[in-house]
Design a binder for this molecule. Sequence first.
Ligand code: PEP
Length: 260
Amino acid sequence: PMKKIYLYGNWKMNMLPFEGEEFCRTLGNKMQGDIYSSEMIQVCLFPPFLTIPEVLKSLPEDVPAACGAQDGYFEDRGAFTGEVSMDMVKAVGCSHVLVGHSERRHIFGESNEIVAKKLAKAIETGLKTVLCFGETLDERESGKTLAVVREQLESAFAGLDKDKSCCRVILAYEPVWAIGTGKNARPEDAQEVCAFAAKMAGDYFGTHPKIPVLYGGSVKESNALDLLSQHDIDGALVGGASLKVDSFLGIYENYRKISV
Ligand code: PEP
């Protein structure tokens, strides 16, 4: 199977501007050869806000790699100290943005309602928007995973303009208990939830081509093939392993080597 892989790297609160520059230079040198054509892969890096300009400057133009922000606010302007608006994200040159990352939800208390507002604003601004969702360990153990995911997606989709959204929404299933813990979801469990999300998105937006669904949560070279081979997993959202070019691209190479 020659499916295109989305390889997205969330740097979280890591990487100074000079480190971002170095990363991009190395990335450009390594993303060479047929497997790095734009039909095969799309890379997107999500640096901290202040590292974004350096990354945008140093991303080589001849490789399919983009840059996005890790968050953005749902208001355009005003007295919101510390916030960055979606049109600011767009204005510096980002094509993408994350919303609803589990660290935003759980450390910074973002509700489904806030995530829905951010998603709607990001889409309206014209950004490709990665909506992150996923259950906690408690929720999984009590059998509530699909109910929780349904609620997260329903509330997020509710405020969206369907026509604008179809080609801008990207979904990322990230079980909270798998993020930064070294414990990835079993491929068949990840597949089940990603298929469920893809079906919900399909029913809601009725779109062709289908909305991509990424899996995130301790993705690394050693588990990449099993996860990325699942039918409804279109790519990976990577935290820890995205901080080094080798471990980041290694995820993709492990998949592609076996499945070309
Ligand atoms: C993430 O932050 O989106 C993530 C999946 O992190 P990690 O790969 O480190 O689990």
